[in-house]
Design a protein around this ligand. Structure first.
Ligand SMILES: C[S@@+](CC[C@H](N)C(=O)[O-])C[C@H]1O[C@@H](n2cnc3c(N)ncnc32)[C@H](O)[C@@H]1O
Length: 412
């Protein structure tokens, strides 16, 4: 481990200031809270993992350093942003002496985990891509983390040779929970995973309870997609495709849409409905959107390029996608407008197509239900094995069926 940075008596490396500033930003953002996580960020020389990247930006709290992009331009490997790494480490509730499996390598995150579990703990990091594991191994060797084992494999099967683990931290987007992850997690252990549920990804902290997983909080996040046996990408239904202005629906187990009719609807006049429900500028939609996907059956996400907004084709864009209620050849998506209160925005819906107005009203109704009944609630997410009978799952809420698991989202 990098002991040179832990005492004042030893000369500080030049980037120490950047690491200290990063630790302070993570504290301010509320991402790093425990002393060991904060200390880890002060110690790990993360810039050595990405020597081609700009030194200062590698210590930016929100900066993910992209290390690989596939032939279609999809980012498939990166060193995650420090804020996201800190958030997942806090979710994992790590302690010295623990055995941790990191799924998706890079180097810096394994080093951070190693700092927290200490010399009596052990970290195993697995990646499907040998280019990534070669780089991670070189970085961990150079920085002196000896309690980390680097494995090249498809993490669908976990890493049985080193199981069981106290914690499993997944750093790649997963649409399903393969049985090996549960089997290789100790009873009461925590699995932190960016789980995609009907297109919406949240990094969920799960606790193992027998053969099921029960959530203990989640956070909004974006991660590169899973490769290998568990690959399960969202599908795009393209409604408009002019360079820089693409508008599409992201489908994740949603019914096949009538793309032609929806494309026609997009070019028809819109109906706008407002809810009277407002959000502060720094409040995110993460809980509202999870409520909408729980309450409404056919709610894919609208993915539009900023150019589509500037041309007036759509009123809202977000890289995470915008919940969109679809029915036949009509749709309505969530939107916001400024209010006369500074930094407060009113939620509403914009409908297109023959039933656009009714769909906008329906979406607004659920926004109001969320505000009235669930604004201060948090969803409970549970994962059961695929073969679990219906009567084992909570009766209310939303069920998401995957190959290996049945995911349930319920609200108090
Ligand atoms: C965001 S990066 C990991 C970043 C790393 N945890 C860090 O910040 O230091 C995600 C990684 O997951 C890997 N990955 C994707 N699918 C995988 C699979 N099925 N098994 C193992 N690794 C996989 C990718 O190759 C990629 O390197």
């Amino acid at each position: 481990m990098d002991s040179t940075s832990t005492t004042d008596s030893v000369e500080k490396p030049p980037e120490q200031e950047l690491r200290d500033e990063l630790a302070e930003s993570l504290i301010e953002l509320g991402a790093a809270r425990s002393a060991r996580v904060i200390a880890a960020f002060r110690n790990v020389r993360r810039h050595l993992a990405t020597p081609d990247a700009d030194l200062v930006s590698t210590y930016g709290a929100e900066v993910a350093t992209i290390t690989k992009t596939d032939e279609r331009g999809v980012q498939i490997s990166s060193v995650s942003a420090p804020r996201v790494q800190a958030m997942q480490m806090e979710q994992a509730d790590l302690a010295p002496g623990m055995s941790v499996l990191e799924i998706g390598s890079g180097g810096p995150n394994a080093a951070l985990l190693s700092e927290v579990v200490g010399d009596t703990g052990h970290v195993v990091t697995v990646d499907i891509d040998s280019e990534v594991t070669d780089r991670a191994s070189a970085f961990l060797k150079e920085t002196g983390y000896r309690n980390v084992t680097v494995v090249t494999a498809d993490a669908e099967g976990g890493v049985p040779d080193h199981a069981p683990f106290d914690r499993i931290v997944v750093t790649v987007q997963a649409a399903d929970i393969p049985p090996a992850w549960l089997d290789q997690l100790k009873e009461g252990g925590r699995l932190v995973v960016p789980l995609r549920m009907r297109g919406m990804t949240r990094t969920v902290a799960f606790v193992r309870d027998g053969d099921r997983l029960v959530s203990d909080g989640f956070e909004l996040c974006g991660f590169v997609p899973m490769q290998g046996v568990g690959e399960n990408r969202v599908r795009l239904a393209v409604l408009h495709d002019v360079e820089g202005e693409q508008v599409a629906l992201r489908l994740d187990g949603h019914p096949e849409p009538d793309t032609e009719a929806l494309a026609k609807a997009l070019s028809m006049p819109r109906s706008t409905r407002w809810s009277g429900v407002t959000l502060g500028g720094s409040e995110s939609n993460e809980h509202l959107d999870l409520w909408l996907t729980t309450a409404l059956d056919n709610l894919p996400l609208l993915a539009a390029m900023p150019g589509a907004r500037s041309r007036g084709l759509v009123a809202s864009v977000s890289p995470l996608g915008i919940p969109t209620l679809v029915d036949g050849g009509s749709f309505a998506y969530r939107t916001v407008r400024a209010t006369d209160q500074e930094d407060r925005y009113e939620l509403g819906a914009i409908g297109h197509g023959p039933r656009g107005q009714q769909l906008a009203e329906r979406l607004v109704e659920e926004i109001q239900v969320w505000d009235r009944e669930h604004r201060s609630d948090r969803a409970r997410i549970e994962v059961y094995p695929a073969g679990a009978p219906d009567d084992r799952l909570p009766a209310d809420g939303r069920r998401i069926e995957r190959r290996h698991s049945r995911v349930s989202i319920t609200w108090p």
